[in-house]
Design a protein around this ligand. Structure first.
Ligand SMILES: C[S@@+](CC[C@H](N)C(=O)[O-])C[C@H]1O[C@@H](n2cnc3c(N)ncnc32)[C@H](O)[C@@H]1O
Length: 394
């Protein structure tokens, strides 16, 4: 990214040194140059403060992980766009969506975990409104984490530029924003923690939180929503609440089979022992910059689900056993048997102890599966056959 940014700046600087530009063109390019240069310098200075040095790594370049700039607009939306002359109301609305759920249920969470907290604004706004004992804002993105810590914990401002590549009539091509730290007269930041981590390898003990919030996350993890429900269920204490808010705009490379709709997600919740407490759907502006004539609206589904005190799964039409669909649930012991003489089946059945889930079994046998076969598919198919045979025999 640094290389691309420097190359882009050099190219604009080269154009600005030419003799064939009118002042109008020069001003437009100047605005863009200034915003880009400022962002580039300040972003890398900030990362340096946190000991993060961007390195070119060809292997990483080839992975489809998105670059540092992917979520840049989220930073501006969180910390700049509502301080302009024509303020954005997106942060305010995002907070309202969550607080209205908490108020409707009349709950007072003590330990809040926000997964995929991005640049941190929503987690901070919730923290300063609800005043829990602690809030943890987890994200895997180094720039997002650095920005949120810098503004919230360090209470330091940072100037970042915004520029538009499509000229729009009556709008500037670039603008410099000074992102200012949020006011914190009660020193609540002492109980707000940014945490770098991957939701698929969580560095947190089971049952540690009584509220988990996933804002605009379920569709961008690259994984299966069912597994995310497993992660949330594991981290949430019994009786705890999960608030999800965001669209179902699954990333393009996700197969259609796991681009679940809301009724499917609700079935997964029921199968996992969650009770849906409240939900609503709103259509709202998304990432509409004050220096942007173009608009974007998205449908936002917000729900709260309560994790049962006892692990009771509700029944769902067509589902023989919940643990076959929700792979984090323990597989109950039984006298499973099958006519299938597949060599793996004995190993899989021997691992069923009433505690292990399909995910656990997969982790144990991962190294023993022939190349080209997905472990999860193999285990689910074989156990599915066992269960189907069993239900045919009863
Ligand atoms: C669409 S953004 C939403 C950010 C923020 N919640 C908001 O509403 O502005 C999704 C966020 O999830 C984070 N994320 C995606 N996959 C993740 C993972 N596996 N572990 C941790 N964070 C992840 C991204 O880095 C990004 O900040």
């Amino acid at each position: 990214m640094q290389k691309t940014a420097i190359h882009g700046l050099e190219s604009i600087a080269e154009s600005l040194s030419r003799y064939d530009l009118s002042n109008t063109t020069r001003n437009r390019l100047g605005e863009i140059y200034h915003s880009c240069e400022l962002s580039q310098v300040n972003t890398f200075k900030l990362l340096e403060q946190y000991g993060i040095t961007p390195l070119v790594n060809e292997q990483v370049n080839q992975m489809n992980i998105g670059d540092l700039s992917e979520y840049y607009d989220l930073i501006l939306r969180d910390w700049a766009w509502d301080t302009t002359e024509n303020p954005s109301t997106e942060n305010q609305n995002a907070l309202k969506r969550v607080i209205s759920q908490i108020d409707a249920l009349n709950i007072k969470p003590k330990k809040i975990l926000v997964l995929g907290a991005g640049a941190g604004r929503l987690s901070w706004d919730i923290h300063s409104r609800v005043k829990p004992e602690i809030s943890v804002a987890l994200d895997s993105h180094p720039l997002m984490l650095s920005i949120s810590d810098w503004l919230i914990r360090q209470q330091q401002p940072i100037a970042l530029g915004e520029f538009k590549i499509f000229p729009q009539i009556g709008f500037q091509s670039g603008q410099v924003h000074t992102l200012t730290p949020p006011a914190d007269p009660e020193n609540l930041r002492e109980r707000w923690f940014g945490l770098g981590g991957n939701i698929w390898h969580m560095p947190i003990q089971a049952g540690s939180f009584d509220m988990i919030i996933t804002p605009w996350l379920v569709d961008v993890t690259g994984g299966d929503v069912r597994d995310l429900i497993g992660v949330v269920s594991n981290l949430l204490a019994p009786g705890g609440h999960w608030i999800n808010t965001g669209p179902l705009l699954f990333t393009r490379h996700i197969p259609v089979q796991i681009k679940y709709n809301a009724p499917e997600v609700k079935e997964f919740l029921a199968l996992s022992g969650f009770k849906l407490a409240t939900e609503n759907v709103q259509v709202s502006d998304h990432l509409v910059s004050p220096i942007e004539a173009r608009g974007r609206t998205e449908q936002i589904w917000t729900f709260t689900a309560c994790k049962s005190e006892t692990p009771d799964a509700s029944s769902v039409d067509g589902v023989i056993v919940p643990w076959l669909v929700m792979h984090h649930l323990p597989v109950p012991p039984s006298n499973y048997s099958t006519k299938d003489k597949h060599p793996l089946i004995g190993t899989i059945l021997s691992l069923i102890d009433g505690k292990r889930s399909i995910n656990d079994i997969c982790a144990e046998i991962a190294g023993r599966i022939p190349e080209g076969i997905t472990v999860k598919d193999a285990v689910v198919t074989l156990l599915g056959q066992v269960i189907a045979e069993e239900s045919d025999n009863t």
